[in-house]
Every structure is written in structure tokens, then in C-alpha cells.
Write a protein that binds this ligand. Sequence first.
Ligand SMILES: NC(=O)c1ccc[n+]([C@@H]2O[C@H](COP(=O)([O-])OP(=O)(O)OC[C@H]3O[C@@H](n4cnc5c(N)ncnc54)[C@H](O)[C@@H]3O)[C@@H](O)[C@H]2O)c1
Length: 258
Amino acid sequence: MTGRLEGKVAIITGAAMGLGAADAELFASEGATVVITDIAENEGQALAEKLGGTFFKQDVRDEDRWIEIISETEKKYGRIDILVNNAGIVKPGDPENQTTEEYRLTMAVHMDSTFFGCKYVIPVMAKTGGGSIVNMCSIASVQGESYVAAYCAAKGAIEAYSRAVAVHCGLAKNGVRCNTIHPSGIATPMVASVPALMAEKFGSSPVQDAPVDVNKVGEPLDIANAALYLASDESKFVNGAQIRVDNAMSVVSGNMPE
Ligand SMILES: NC(=O)c1ccc[n+]([C@@H]2O[C@H](COP(=O)([O-])OP(=O)(O)OC[C@H]3O[C@@H](n4cnc5c(N)ncnc54)[C@H](O)[C@@H]3O)[C@@H](O)[C@H]2O)c1
């Protein structure tokens, strides 16, 4: 099947690389017009040019910039059908050594941005009959990952907030749906950066409490395929759902057999 997003306009934050870039590539290949936003200007611009979309430089913590980008996108394309709140960072730290600055930064990049994105895109989506908001969570929203404590808090907040958005939109009958994706262990620049960040924070033996085969990594397309489903009309009856794409990482009770 092709053209699963034909005629749709999608904003994807943090799409210059990693999972967001994979979403943008797949969405464009399925007929969507993609609006890529990121703080990484060169990579974001290059990808937008390659995919025939638009790039906006955006720090997702900035509320005014959200208002501008949503308004510019609506002006340029006449509609917004999909928003993927994807931009993210990880700052290792346990509940005792996570700094207040790291905590506030993590909450702002993840949760503030999701709040702003939902708040300003819902009325625009509603004007053309609805849309799909996909908020990137993590299995950190359902597991106690003690070494990324603030990240757990941020992802847990996004999961809970997304349910509120889903119910609000359902009650408002505005056609907007909101769901979350919970990945783990997907090979991206973020995941590649974690060992060094962990060593910096915790010393030479970083805390690892993942019970399954951590050497088995997924690829960004594994997540993009889930995002495509949620973004498309195939998921028109799916609202307020959480989709884990983690190779059983969050549900296993012990080590997976070899
Ligand atoms: N890769 C995984 O296994 C995994 C697991 C769980 C959750 N996630 C989540 O998926 C999302 C994407 O992660 P990824 O692995 O692709 O990370 P990544 O670091 O590879 O890409 C993240 C992107 O976000 C951008 N970004 C960072 N801060 C920003 C800001 N303030 N404003 C705008 N853009 C900003 C970066 O420039 C980058 O392009 C994140 O929300 C992450 O928490 C990823």
C-alpha cells in the first residue's frame, strides 16, 4: 500500500536526525507534506530540501516559536493533519544526583513542548475536520529507570497528558486523536551518546538495570512504521492509546532466552 498519508500535512519536531528523521522520510514517501523542525539547522534544512518539505528552526521550549510555526504552516499549506512531538534529550542522573538544572531542562524539552504543541495545533486541526497527534514517550514512562530519573518523569507526564488530550478531543468531537509511542533501544544519535553521558555522570561502571538483551537494537524505521499507522486514517478508532515498540523490554520478567 502506498499513499497512506496522501494530501496530509505533518509537523515533526526534532526531525533533523534519529527517529524524527525516519518519520519524515516515511511520511513523505507515503504522500505527506512534511514540516521538519529542529535546533539542528543544517541537517534539518538538508532533509526538508531532500523531501520537498519545509524546515523551521525551532527550540521546542519556546512557546512563541510554536505559535509562529503553526501559523506559518497553516498559512503555507492550508491545514495541519499530523503533529509528532518527537524532539528530545537525555540527561543521565539518579534521584539523588540529578541536578535541578538537568531536571528542569528535561521537563521543558519534553513536557513543555508537548503541552505547547497540543495546545496550539488542536484548534488548527479541528478547522479541517481533525488530525492525529503522536507524542513520543519511552518505556521510561512505565519502568523505573533509576539512572535517567528526570527523563522518566518527563515521559510519564507526557503519557498522562496525552490521555487528557485524547479525552478532551473525543468529548469535543473535533476529530483530533492523540496517542503515544514508547520505544526502547533504537539505534539513534541519542542512544549512541548514552554510554559516554552515563560514564560522565556515574563513573566507569554505569548503572544498567535493563533485564533483556540490550545488544539487540531496533532501527528507526521500526518506530516510524508505528508513527505512520497512528498518523494515518487506518488508526481512526485509536485515541488515547500507548504503543510499545521495545522488543518486550518493558514486559519481560527476567532475561530473555538466547
Ligand atoms: N532512540 C530510542 O531508543 C528512544 C527510546 C525511547 C524514547 N525515545 C524518544 O524518541 C524521541 C527521538 O529520540 P532519538 O533517539 O531520535 O533522539 P536523537 O537525539 O537522535 O534526536 C533528537 C532530535 O531532537 C532535537 N532536539 C533536541 N533538543 C531540542 C530542542 N530543545 N528543540 C528542538 N529540537 C531539539 C535534536 O537536535 C535531534 O535532532 C525523543 O523524544 C526520545 O526521548 C527514543
